[in-house]
Write a protein that binds this ligand. Structure first.
Ligand code: GSH
Length: 223
């Protein structure tokens, strides 16, 4: 299998966690932001990574979107499972996964790129890196007001996760699910921001544990 990705994308990390958890061999191809659409559009009709190319007979040629990749991997190789045996719990896990994708993952992007353009500039002050950050900020409309709202949304969401992960090792049910993987990947960029490291140490402990379970190298800030 081949994973088309941006090496720094937290949504691509999410796909890698699932591939790693299921111990599926795969290669990665890092695309160049900007010209990535030329490759992706004909494959999936989308412009986003991750895209998985199973490269197997009688399987789809390309799967776009990290949630669709989860679903494909679960059908392709059900064990170890990322779905819960109880249907009600599994529905809850998908609901959390979708919330993490659409709300927490995008809020993380806003807060992270704002940090990288300001206090976190020294992480990579190179012209290229700062140019990419500015392009991303413009592409997603990352400005002071939007970042403030994103930070508020993260604060509320992290309370939900704190409560769930303090009750049990898993966000839903008694085993690792799509919800845990989505949280571990999509919140991982916050590890570079000192304020989050100080306020949410339990979050980063759990992110590290889940990466170990999936055999995935730790994200920047936690290495
Ligand atoms: N819902 C999508 C979101 C993926 C996403 O936002 N990917 C970003 C990188 S983090 C991307 O490819 N952006 C480039 C673009 O939109 O052209 C998923 O889960 O795969």
């Amino acid at each position: 299998m081949l994973l088309l990705q941006f090496s720094t994308s937290h949504y691509c990390r999410k796909a890698r966690l699932a591939l790693g958890y299921k111990q599926i061999d795969y290669d990665v191809q890092n695309l160049t932001p900007g010209i990535h659409t030329l490759k992706l559009k004909p494959l999936t009709g989308l412009t986003t990574v991750p895209v998985l190319l199973p490269q197997l007979k009688q399987q789809p040629s390309a799967i776009g979107d990290s949630t669709e990749i989860f679903k494909f991997l679960e059908t392709y190789q059900p064990s170890p499972p990322l779905l819960l045996p109880d249907v009600k719990q599994q529905n809850e896990a998908w609901m959390l996964e979708d919330w993490l994708d659409e709300s927490m993952g995008t809020a993380t992007r806003f807060v992270y790129y704002d940090f990288r353009a300001k206090e976190g500039k020294q992480i990579d002050p190179s012209l290229f890196s700062q140019l990419v950050i500015q392009v991303v900020r413009r592409q997603y409309g990352i400005n002071t007001a939007a970042v403030h709202l994103a930070a508020q949304r993260l604060q509320r969401g992290l309370e939900v996760l704190r409560y769930r992960w303090s009750e049990s090792a898993y966000l839903v049910g008694e085993s690792l699910s799509v919800a845990d993987l989505a949280a571990a990947a999509l919140l991982s960029p916050l590890a570079l921001i000192p304020q989050y490291r100080q306020e949410y140490p339990w979050l980063f402990e759990r992110i590290v544990q889940i990466h170990h379970l999936c055999g995935e190298p730790l994200p920047p800030g936690l290495r």
